[in-house]
Design a protein around this ligand. Structure first.
Ligand SMILES: CC(C)(COP(=O)(O)OP(=O)(O)OC[C@H]1O[C@@H](n2cnc3c(N)ncnc32)[C@H](O)[C@@H]1OP(=O)(O)O)[C@@H](O)C(=O)NCCC(=O)NCCS
Length: 207
């Protein structure tokens, strides 16, 4: 605590306000410098790379090493090139987070995807070296804001793997309620237990 106060005072005395605020935010692990924008077809390979790198850490031990290291990179490239193509459905958006101009994470969201469960968060990933800095929260908020802008008024949901305890902790922190369990179809023909996380409305996520 004493070190924190010392750093804050040092920042305020020695640097302009904006720099002091950024240094303080970074010390506290608060993100002040993520930019989130809509991804375009030109971002397909970037999104694929973010996805692969995230899976290679988060799903190590759930999917095989052979799949993660040799199959996933090309498979993700094909998948995101299709998903971000001009013919992609209009109720889906991919939002890309950048920090100091470098891509660090993305979320894919589908408005009003299910009559009962509402809008669907299809993917949310922050690369391992940028996790814990507020990027996941900002991406979820951006997805919620996009949904609100489209007039999606119903609930919001996603699936998380049962074994993915860090992500489950994050979603609970973001106010999600774990509702129904269910099997998830994964690459390599794997079927893995998952948990559905729900929010009553996008507005509860955008705050
Ligand atoms: C899950 C993930 C998106 C979270 O993003 P992140 O940038 O690491 O999380 P943030 O820094 O935005 O965290 C926001 C808040 O959640 C909390 N949080 C993060 N991880 C947590 C955990 N494992 N347990 C409890 N709380 C957690 C943070 O402490 C922070 O809380 P605060 O309000 O007190 O500041 C990211 O870690 C990730 O990409 N993981 C690997 C891929 C993955 O599993 N994606 C989900 C697939 S369903």
């Amino acid at each position: 605590m004493r070190a924190l106060v010392r750093q804050l005072i040092w920042c305020l005395l020695k640097t302009p306000y904006a720099e002091a605020r950024a240094a303080f935010s970074s010390y506290m692990g608060i993100s002040a410098d993520f930019q989130v924008r809509l991804a375009t077809p030109a971002d397909a390979l970037t999104v694929a790379d973010l996805h692969t790198r995230s899976w290679q850490t988060a799903y190590r031990g759930i999917m095989s090493d052979a799949y993660l290291d040799t199959v996933a990179p090309e498979e993700r490239r094909v998948a995101w090139t299709q998903k971000l193509s001009a013919s992609a459905p209009g109720n889906r958006a991919v939002l890309l987070a950048e920090r100091s101009g470098c891509p660090v994470g993305f979320v894919c969201v589908v408005a009003d995807e299910d009559p009962q469960w509402g809008s669907f968060i299809d993917n949310l990933h922050v690369i391992p070296e940028q996790q814990g800095s507020g990027g996941g929260r900002q991406l979820l908020r951006a997805a919620a804001t996009w949904l609100i802008g489209r007039g999606a008024v119903g609930p919001v949901y996603l699936w998380v793997l049962e074994a993915n305890t860090p992500a489950r902790g994050f979603y609970r922190r973001m106010g999600a309620v774990e509702t129904t369990p269910g099997w998830r179809n994964m690459p390599e023909g794997l079927r893995v237990p998952g948990v559905r996380c729900t929010w009553t409305a996008a507005s509860t996520l955008a705050d």
